[in-house]
Design a protein around this ligand. Structure first.
Ligand code: NAP
Ligand code: MG
Length: 402
């Protein structure tokens, strides 16, 4: 069998710990035997980030801007313990934060559905994708403890010095205040990323907020979405046979639980944070969640939603056997290869990616899986495989499809 040829390279961002181990096995077993892989490789492993003063992260994001599609391995976000462990020069920022700031994207998270791993919500048959706005609100808020009686106001000072004031509260007792903000360009690019992704994946788009209570703040989000939809996307949505609608978040929550799934739910920053954890848990496992960062100008970075699985890596270092689920990382690769195939008009590359996804799902559905899934599956007497064994069975199933 001849290998599938690529035109444009993928940006490959290698990472840390257990997922770095899986990364190499996935490439060796599932990608390179089938595809003549062209990639521009960036080592985002913490050691190399430290050696390059984190320049490698910036370079990889700029390469993604240039080439259009990236696949990323999970990476360590350093904390004090990691600074000690890796003897770091600095507590480097979260690579995902750095990349997101350069690409100005929105993160879409969707579960991978397989028979035998049933969602807790019985009606859910298709994935629910959460689109989380990644800027502002409570994550960039200023807060103050109010010690006792006194007046608290919001003050806007224009460049010419004119002030506009709004009373927050005339305190009679001690209290607390919080000042949140967001930016119209950020809300606009969030909206565009959501509309583009909906068209791309042919799914309905829901957007929810609390506009009935927050008549200026949340209402602005609603208005920005509506205006951009009508001006730029309504026709394309009609053509694709999909729908956009806005609804109050209370109503959205109720609808989600009664739905069959199969749509994108766009959420403000805090709502998206909380709801994506709820959705991931209710669908079964964090190891089965994919994540893609989509920029408003159509640049894609694919990854798994989970981290570097540190606990398993330490077992691996001690020479103990691990059973780490590689599905979300495999799907990061298939997402990126399929997108590359689509953009470069290489249908065999896209169909290879789809085949690899099928082989992965088939492996689990036929009862061979990693420990995390074996613990929750409804399949009788599942066979528990180790990290490498699982990938090798997927390869066998993939080869049987040719
Ligand atoms: P984690 O790597 O997601 O793992 C948390 C736990 O979830 C694991 O200990 C494991 O549970 C289970 N798990 C997650 N993925 C799994 C998989 N593929 N297969 C089997 N079980 C899986 O989160 P963490 O341990 O809190 O974080 C570790 C490092 O990852 C941190 O340094 C953090 O900065 C980084 N991180 C990176 C990203 C990213 O790059 N996108 C995202 C999140 C965290 P059991 O131990 O019970 O088996
Ligand atoms: Mg969260």
């Amino acid at each position: 069998m001849s290998k599938i040829q690529m035109k444009t390279p993928l940006v490959e961002m290698d990472g840390d710990e257990m997922t770095r181990i899986l990364w190499q096995i996935i490439k060796d077993e599932l990608i390179e035997p089938f595809v003549d892989l062209k990639s521009e490789y960036y080592d985002l492993g913490l050691k190399h980030r430290d050696e390059t003063d984190d320049q490698v992260t910036i370079d990889s994001a700029n390469a993604t801007k240039r080439l259009g599609v990236a696949v990323k391995c999970a990476t360590i976000t350093p904390n004090a313990a990691r600074v000690e462990e890796y003897k770091l020069k600095e507590m480097w920022k979260s690579p995902n934060g750095t990349i997101r700031a350069i690409l100005d994207g929105t993160v879409f998270r969707a579960p991978i559905i397989v028979n035998g791993i049933e969602p807790n919500v019985k009606t859910w048959k298709k994935p629910i994708t959460i689109a989380r706005h990644a800027y502002g609100d409570v994550y960039k808020a200023s807060e103050m403890k109010i010690p006792g009686p006194g007046k608290c106001e919001i003050v806007y000072t224009a460049p010419d010095g004119t002030e506009t004031r709004e009373l927050i509260h005339d305190f009679k007792s001690a209290g607390i205040v919080q000042g949140q903000h967001n930016l119209i360009p950020s809300i606009e690019s969030f909206a565009r990323s959501c509309f583009n992704y909906a068209i791309d994946t042919r799914q309905d788009l829901w957007f929810s907020s609390k506009d009935t209570i927050s008549k200026k703040y949340d209402h602005t989000f609603k208005d920005v979405f509506q205006e951009i939809y009508e001006k730029e996307y309504e026709d394309a949505f009609k053509k694709a046979g999909i729908e956009y609608f806005y609804t109050l978040i209370d109503d959205a929550v109720a609808r989600v639980i009664k739905s069959k799934g199969g749509y994108i739910w766009a959420c403000k920053n805090y709502d998206g944070d909380v709801m994506s954890d709820m959705i991931a848990t209710a669908f079964g496992s964090l190891a089965m969640m994919t994540s893609v960062l989509v920029s408003p100008d159509g640049i894609y970075e694919y990854e798994a939603a989970h981290g570097t699985v540190q606990r398993h890596y330490y077992k691996h270092l001690k020479g103990e056997e691990t059973s780490t689920n590689s599905i979300a990382t495999i799907f990061a690769w298939t997402g990126a290869l399929a997108k590359r195939g689509e953009l470069d008009k290489i249908p065999e590359l896209t169909s290879f990616a789809k085949k690899l996804e099928k082989a992965s799902i088939k492996t689990i559905e036929s009862g061979e899986m990693t420990k995390d899934l074996a613990l929750i599956t409804s399949i009788k007497d599942p066979i528990v495989l180790n990290s490498e064994g699982f990938i090798k069975v997927i390869r066998r199933n993939l080869e049987s499809m040719y």
